[in-house]
Design a protein around this ligand. Structure first.
Ligand SMILES: *Cc1c(COP(=O)(O)O)cnc(C)c1O
Length: 458
């Protein structure tokens, strides 16, 4: 008999946050008040909160101790120099500009590198990243491989860039119209899908040939490194730390939302290798964020981030982090629940079209499913389907191919027993799926409607 070798958390629990347990009647009332929109639920009424993994991680005792070492000087804080050293050593980028979170870095970088009429190719868009590119006068072009758009396709590197699509864009517009390729690791909108090292090497060769920069959205780089270690030839014996540094070595700079991988509740940065870009960014950060040695953060926040970055690239940490996501996904697969495959690094995406095939997209299957799961167990998830997609300029709904409910797992926050409760709740809802009816939208805000729309059961 071969005995299975399980992972376990590389930490023990020192302090706990008590959760409110609710009854079905209380959840029914909370849902009605929230108009069946999980964004409008009060956090207090939620038992297990999987709305997002952004800023929801648990800090370690060392990070909390670091908070007490905050040097709150306006200029030249000790914590800035610590963070700068960590970014250079762990990530390998030369120059650091701290920002209040990821979008602060995206704003500055887009303003510096993008001119009116430029084209920015990327492996699937992210909401804030694309918006800043557009606000700077650019147009985003999706160059992710086709497999990424198919929830059934089990290709292990669905975050890869289709280099033929990139070549075609260069042919069409000319390299001078492409300031950089916007390359994300662990592609969020595709379900946390990784990009391979080989693809990155090929991307570097092609962009070098044309003198085009590669800018890395490194929000979830450590999770991507884990998939390279596990699935790509030649990386099995390399550490996450080594792999992360190699990934970064094929890029010219990065924007980071430290609220994800880097295990802090707030923070981010821009990091570049090019002195000229750094000089301009250092100038611009003063306008939008704060002086270049704090960028909108307190000294203590920079200290917690510096410590969190080091913890985030430890093999034991990332194995348990992604291991927990995979544990939940496999449990759901056992119950026959349709999910996006392969399982990504930061959450599970349930296919609501397949779960509720009798509900048409006009009656919001993913929104309905998220509400039903909350009603069953107090687990909060998020709709990523027709509601999130919004309307076209002519007023018609976008009907996205993917109609998903997202279960995003905060880092170091929940236990395996919580994962069991989540999977069992979804399984219970799955058993009575034929009785579930769709919803109609009774209030629709003009912008980003998914945040505040309200619904009623049909
Ligand atoms: C969260 C996120 C961002 C934006 O970062 P914020 O810290 O929320 O401003 C950018 N890119 C990706 C992939 C993200 O997940």
């Amino acid at each position: 008999m071969t005995i299975k070798q399980s992972w376990a958390e590389p930490y023990k629990i020192k302090m706990v946050e008590l959760l409110k347990m609710t009854t079905p009647d209380q959840r029914k009332a909370a849902l009605e008040e929230a108009g069946y929109n999980t964004f409008l639920l009060k956090s207090e009424d939620v038992y297990i909160d999987l709305l997002t993994d952004s800023g929801t991680s648990a800090m370690s005792d060392r990070q909390w101790a670091g908070m007490m070492l905050g040097d709150e000087a306006y200029a030249g804080s000790r914590n800035f120099y610590h963070l700068e050293k960590v970014v250079q050593e762990i990530y390998g980028y030369k120059y650091l500009i701290p920002t209040h979170q990821g979008r602060g870095a995206e704003n500055i970088l887009s303003k510096i590198l993008i001119k009116e009429g430029d084209i920015i190719p990327g492996n699937m868009y992210f909401t804030t990243t694309r918006l800043h590119q557009e606000l700077a006068g650019g147009t985003f072009e999706d160059i992710i491989i086709d497999e990424a758009h198919d929830p059934e396709n089990e290709f292990p590197f669905k975050g890869n860039i289709d280099l033929n699509k990139l070549e075609a864009l260069i042919q069409k517009h000319g390299a001078s119209k492409i300031p950089y390729v916007s390359m994300a690791t662990s592609v969020n909108m595709a379900g946390g899908q990784p990009i391979s090292m080989q693809n990155l090497k090929d991307l570097r060769a092609l962009t070098n040939k044309h003198g085009i920069r590669v800018i890395h959205d490194m929000t979830r780089v450590a999770e991507n490194a884990y998939f390279i270690q596990q699935k790509e030839d030649g990386y099995r014996d390399k550490s996450i730390r080594e792999i992360v540094k190699e990934i970064n070595s094929y890029t010219d700079g990065a924007t980071m939302s430290a609220k994800k991988d880097a295990l802090v509740n707030i923070g981010g940065f821009l990091a570049v290798n090019d002195w000229d870009v750094f000089e301009e960014a250092r100038n611009m950060v003063v306008v939008y964020e704060g002086l270049h040695t704090y960028g909108g953060l307190a000294g203590r926040d920079m200290e917690a981030m510096a410590i969190g970055i080091v913890e985030s690239v430890c093999d034991d940490h990332i194995k348990a982090r992604v291991g927990q996501v995979i544990y939940l996904g496999e449990k759901m697969i056992e119950y026959g629940i349709p999910i996006v495959k392969p399982i990504g690094g930061h959450g599970i995406f349930v296919d609501a079209k397949k779960f509720l095939p009798h509900i048409s997209q006009d009656q919001f299957p993913a929104q309905t499913l998220a509400a039903e799961i909350y009603q069953d167990s107090g687990v909060r998830t998020m709709e990523r389907g027709v509601v999130s997609a919004g309307r076209k300029a002519n007023g018609e709904n976008y009907y996205p191919k993917l109609e998903l409910v997202r279960f995003t797992i905060p880092r170091r926050v929940y236990t395996q027993a919580h994962m069991d409760v989540i999977a069992e709740s979804v399984a219970r809802v799955y058993e009575r799926r034929h009785e579930i009816k769709g919803m109609k939208m009774v209030y629709e805000p003009k912008y980003l409607r998914f945040f505040q729309a309200k619904f009623e059961k049909i």
